[in-house]
Ligand binder design. Structure first.
Ligand SMILES: Cc1cc2nc3c(=O)[nH]c(=O)nc-3n(C[C@H](O)[C@H](O)[C@H](O)COP(=O)(O)O)c2cc1C
Length: 334
């Protein structure tokens, strides 16, 4: 379908628009909030690079989740520009001789972006990773329908696991915890990145759950525990589990997975649903196989998403911190 509101002529957003869109997109989710991305605006185009200093060598030795995180950032940027009236044309992996160079984005005026895109742009600031117990999600079939429309252009599948899968995945999740308990490199990395307060990166203590809360959720990465508390104490977790899977394993599919992940998470927020991305169960090969066996088609599980409804009488939780814009964006000098 042709969008008649879309200008065929390339043009360039002004400096303040670029700053505002990249700042907004910086709210993208990333593994342990590492924010492993770097943007360079050359006055016409926006270039995305991976930041290898933020690679988690134990949890993510191949950089799969680093690239998925960059893909989420790429989708956030495209969504933020769309809301400011700019259509983006993306070339992924534009220079195979430069593996850190992930994408280049070019611009065309887009006076009337679709309302779905505008709604997802508004969701950027509201979205949070929610690791607490959740009610069953409302409107799940609409979410699945919308989510599949959003992930298909990326050649990624979105599947809902049957409720019976929860017990199997809880056992698989426990297995990953046991495998990692005495893995000193993994534990050092996890404690470096999670459980502190006041840093512009990492998962702050306030976003983590206590041991008692974690026990009620079952499927989750075993982060350093938050101090004892029993939030949503009377709530049994009835979140459902979605799986994003790809047909193959490559940097391009990881980037697309991240874009698809971003789209689904923002769509969850738009639908009033809480979500939590999980990859601890796709890091351990034997557990990944278990998830692959639950899919109705062949595919490589990349990210599992818990989705559910949070109690609506809660006040909004604080956003996790982000690095300053000057650390992630290079602009030409005036
Ligand atoms: C590729 C990827 C993997 C992630 N894996 C996990 C995980 O295993 N467990 C978890 O609780 N959160 C996971 N997250 C969520 C991040 O920890 C979260 O996005 C980050 O801390 C920023 O917080 P926010 O999403 O609330 O903005 C993951 C996010 C991404 C993009």
């Amino acid at each position: 379908m042709t969008d008649t509101s879309l200008s065929p002529v390339r043009s360039v957003p002004d400096r303040s628009t670029v700053l505002a869109a990249v700042r907004s997109a910086g709210r993208a989710p990333s593994l342990h909030n590492t924010q492993p991305w770097r943007w360079v605006f050359d006055g016409t185009r926006l270039h995305l690079y991976r930041d290898n200093d933020r690679l988690l060598t134990s949890a993510d030795p191949l950089g799969r989740q680093l690239v998925i995180s960059c893909g989420a950032m790429l989708h956030h940027v495209r969504t933020a520009f769309a809301a400011k009236g700019w259509h983006t044309d993306t070339t992924r992996l534009p220079d195979t001789g430069h593996p850190d160079y992930l994408a280049v984005v070019e611009f065309r005026p887009w006076p009337e972006p679709p309302i779905g895109v505008l709604a997802r742009a508004r969701a950027i600031d509201k979205r949070r990773t929610d690791r607490l117990p959740l009610y069953a999600p409302t409107g799940l079939s609409q979410l699945l329908h919308a989510g599949r429309m959003l992930v298909t252009p990326h050649d990624i599948e979105l599947d809902l696991l049957h409720e019976d899968a929860r017990a199997k995945l809880t056992a698989a999740s426990d297995h990953t915890t046991a495998v990692r308990r005495y893995d000193m490199e993994y534990q050092a990395e996890l404690h470096w990145w999670a459980g502190h307060s006041g840093d512009p990166e990492g998962v702050p203590r306030e976003s983590l759950v206590s041991d008692a809360e974690f026990t009620r959720v079952g499927v989750g990465r075993n982060f350093p525990a938050a101090p004892h508390s029993a939030r949503r104490g009377d709530l049994e977790d009835h979140a459902r589990l979605l799986v994003l899977s790809s047909p193959s394993e490559s940097v391009t599919t990881w980037l697309h997975t991240g874009e698809a992940l971003s789209a689904v998470l923002l769509e969850c927020t738009t639908a009033g649903l809480a979500s939590c991305s999980m990859t601890h169960i796709t890091e351990v090969p034997s557990v990944r196989k278990v998830i692959a066996g639950m899919l109705p088609h062949p595919g490589i599980p990349q990210v599992v998403i818990r989705v559910g409804s949070a109690p609506d009488d809660e006040s909004e939780t604080a956003p996790t911190p982000r690095r300053p814009l000057t650390d992630i964006l290079t602009m030409p000098h005036d």
